[in-house]
Design a protein around this ligand. Structure first.
Ligand SMILES: CC(=O)SCCNC(=O)CCNC(=O)[C@H](O)C(C)(C)COP(=O)(O)OP(=O)(O)OC[C@H]1O[C@@H](n2cnc3c(N)ncnc32)[C@H](O)[C@@H]1OP(=O)(O)O
Ligand SMILES: O=C([O-])CC(=O)C(=O)O
Length: 499
């Protein structure tokens, strides 16, 4: 499998598609693609043996090669910089940001199929790329859109489980509850119970992941309409692609909003494996935590959970893993930051009025810091430059909503916040991250309920976490179980080392 790097890779890709197209007669080639060319699972079936051999070779030839030293700071500092996990779908560079299977965000915007000419990439295309490492044709993307649509029906008990919660429950609580309720349909769990051999684990995992991704938009929009629109839900429009249909079910049909949703879902999918949500999903056994927390909310649902717990800690299915991931995403230092940013921006305006001056903004940032809070949307655990996900959202705003007052405030914050964070002397990255920008874009098109934003993030992240989970099973990756130590152990170790 080719993993493409840099712009040269993009041109290589382009010429490969062009070559094949001309050999077989241009557009006709596209029409002549066989059913298996258009079927994602068949594509994976071909790729998996190759990758299994690759991993085997890596292990046998280079298994003992050292990847660096672990020091005490790393152990005490949240494992920053420690390489400890295989994650095939994306890789994060501190300076240039995320690459999905080797392609940067601008490169994805250039080569992935779009719904409108020159528009934003279709997230189905990114899903195909994450899973196969290959840039799909428009026909492949359309086939995947249809496949997701076919898989998208949600059993009634899911909505009942959500309805068991008070309408005031946080949207993420309601959303995760819906995901947990979907779990009762897990193909993986059924196959595992029947004694499916390990070599075939990836197949029901694939079914679960695709079903999960397909069913998240109806569940997520149900939560939105339940909380903010008096429970009046909107039917899916089967003529639309994944992101557009999601936007439609939420109640937003402006063509620019559909484009925003395509961009939003594309860029939030994956951020290599060490971020809180991806790592939690990968770790699997953490799912038990979310399973148990659910029992508190709904007795109807608790029955499902108790069945799951029997297999959960050994090999959790994609629903359990993803629910665990969502619980991590719901933390304010991670995915909840996009909610926090808009609320914070609105609080600035509340305090200073809409014509906020640079000095007023500086004062407000200092006030936030002095009250012991972080400035949401700035800083990062890995990145050391402006997040390219921020930059592409800024490009979108410059193109579609340059006059929006909140966008202008976000632009002002870009100038004001980094020098202040730098002045603190401890912040490793003073630049904005993805969450600094998304809220004002959504708000512009009428999706102004900030508390809901992390649900959108969750829908998108299912594509990254789900894709890697399929590969985890295909490659037979083992249970993750790093070693922990006590302070006493570290003190003794360091004393002995010094002696
Ligand atoms: C999708 C995402 O998850 S992107 C991140 C979304 N989160 C946010 O935007 C919240 C604001 N940002 C932050 O809290 C942090 O920058 C994080 C959590 C993203 C990264 O944390 P770390 O890797 O620990 O960052 P870093 O090493 O720079 O932290 C050093 C110090 O600077 C502080 N710091 C970092 N960013 C900020 C910030 N935006 N505002 C105030 N202080 C900050 C940290 O709290 C830490 O302080 P401490 O030593 O007193 O505990
Ligand atoms: O990479 C991280 O730690 C956080 C982040 O930006 C993401 O998960 O999207």
């Amino acid at each position: 499998m080719a993993f493409f790097r840099g712009l040269t890779a993009v041109s290589r890709l382009r010429s490969r598609v062009a070559q094949e197209a001309s050999t077989l007669g241009g557009v006709r080639w596209l029409q002549m693609q066989s059913a298996s060319d258009l079927d994602l699972k068949s594509q994976l079936q071909e790729l998996i043996p190759e990758q299994q051999d690759r991993l085997k070779k890596l292990k046998s030839e280079h298994g003992k090669v050292q990847l660096g030293n672990i020091n005490v700071d790393m152990v005490l500092g949240g494992m920053r910089g420690m390489i400890g996990m295989l994650w095939e779908t994306s890789l994060l560079d501190p300076e240039e940001g995320i690459r999905f299977r080797g392609l940067s965000i601008p490169e994805c915007q250039e080569v992935l199929p779009t719904a409108v000419k020159g528009g934003e990439p279709l997230p189905e295309g990114l899903l195909w790329l994450l899973l196969t490492g290959k840039v799909p044709t428009k026909e492949q993307v359309d086939a995947l859109s249809k496949e997701l649509l076919v898989r998208s029906s949600v059993p009634a008990h899911v909505y009942k489980a959500i309805d068991a919660l008070p309408v005031t429950a946080h949207p993420m609580t309601q959303f995760t509850t819906g995901v947990m309720a979907l779990q009762v349909e897990s193909e993986f769990q059924k196959a595992y119970d029947k004694g499916l051999p390990k070599t075939k684990f990836w197949e029901p995992t694939y079914e679960d992941v695709l079903n999960l991704i397909a069913r998240l938009p109806p569940v997520a929009s149900y939560v939105y309409r339940r909380i903010f629109k008096d429970g009046k839900s909107i039917e899916a429009d089967n003529s639309l692609d994944y992101a557009a249909n999601f936007s439609h079910m939420l109640g937003f049909d402006d063509p620019k909003m559909l484009e925003l949703m395509r961009l939003y879902i594309t860029i939030h999918t994956d951020h290599e494996g060490g971020n809180v949500s991806a790592h939690t999903g990968h770790l699997d056994s953490k799912s038990l935590v979310s399973a148990v927390s659910f029992v508190i909310h709904s007795s109807e649902y608790a029955i499902a959970v108790l069945i799951v717990v029997e297999v959960g800690s050994a090999l959790s299915d994609p629903y359990l893993s993803f629910a665990a991931a969502l619980n991590g995403l719901a933390g304010p230092l991670h995915g909840l930051a996009n909610q926090e940013v808009l609320l914070w921006i609105k609080s600035v305006i509340e305090e200073t009025g809409s014509d906020v001056t640079t000095d007023q903004l500086k004062d407000y940032v200092w006030k936030t810091l002095k009250s012991g809070k972080v400035v949401p949307g700035f800083g990062h655990g890995v990145l050391r430059k402006t997040d390219p996900r921020y930059s592409c959202q800024r490009e979108f705003a410059l193109k579609h909503l340059p006059e929006d007052p909140l966008f202008q405030l976000v632009s002002k914050l870009y100038e004001v916040v980094p020098p202040i964070l730098t002045e603190l002397g401890k912040v490793k990255n003073p630049w904005p991250n993805v969450d600094a920008h998304s809220g004002v874009l959504l708000n512009h098109f009428g999706l102004s309920e900030a508390r809901y934003y992390t649900v959108l993030f969750g829908v998108s992240r299912s594509m990254g976490i789900g894709s890697q989970l399929i590969w985890d099973r295909a490659l037979g990756l083992p249970l993750e179980r790093p070693k922990s130590v006590t302070m006493e152990w570290l003190e003794n170790y360091c004393k002995n080392k010094a002696a």
